[in-house]
Design a binder for this molecule. Structure first.
Ligand code: ZN
Length: 135
C-alpha cells in the first residue's frame, strides 16, 4: 500500500490538534528530540503510519528492538488516543503511556490497547526516551 503523505502544515495524525511540523514531524525529521514519553509515543505512532522504520528502530530500546521491521501491507491507521500517562516527564527516567490506536485491516476495524513502558537512555551523548515494551 502507498504510504500516506503528510505535509508539515497538516494536522498531526497523532490527534494532538497541532500541525505535524509543530508536533511529531520535528521528531521524525530529527530536528528535535521528544522531552516526554508521551511525545515519543505519539511520534512512534506517526512513524508506524509513515512506515519510517529508521525512526522506530532508533527509538526502540536496544535489548528489545527487532532487527528488521516489517509493516503489514494492508493496514490503515485511523487514530490515536492517549488515555493516561504515568511519570515520563522530562524530569523522569522512566514512564508509561496507556493508549488506544485504531486501525482498519482488510475492511475490518480493530484497535491496539496498550500500556507502553519507556526509559531514558544515553544515545550519542544525549539522553533520549526509548520505547521498551508493552507492559
Ligand atoms: Zn503528533
Amino acid at each position: 500500500m502507498k504510504q500516506p503523505v503528510i505535509l508539515q502544515t497538516d494536522h498531526c495524525p497523532c490527534g494532538s490538534q497541532k500541525s505535524f511540523g509543530d508536533c511529531c514531524g520535528r521528531y521524525l525529521s530529527r530536528s528535535s528530540v521528544p522531552e516526554t514519553a508521551e511525545q515519543l509515543m505519539r511520534s512512534r505512532y506517526c512513524a508506524f503510519l509513515l512506515e519510517d522504520s529508521d525512526y522506530l528502530l532508533h527509538t526502540w530500546h536496544h535489548d528489545e528492538r527487532p532487527t528488521v521491521l516489517n509493516f503489514e501491507s494492508d493496514i490503515k491507521w485511523l487514530g490515536l488516543k492517549v488515555k493516561e500517562t504515568k511519570a515520563g516527564t522530562k524530569h523522569d527516567s522512566e514512564g508509561w503511556v496507556h493508549f488506544v490506536a485504531r486501525y482498519r485491516q482488510q475492511g475490518k476495524g480493530s484497535r491496539i490497547d496498550e500500556y507502553s513502558y519507556f526509559t531514558k537512555q544515553q544515545m550519542n551523548g544525549q539522553l533520549m526516551w526509548q520505547y521498551v515494551r508493552a507492559d
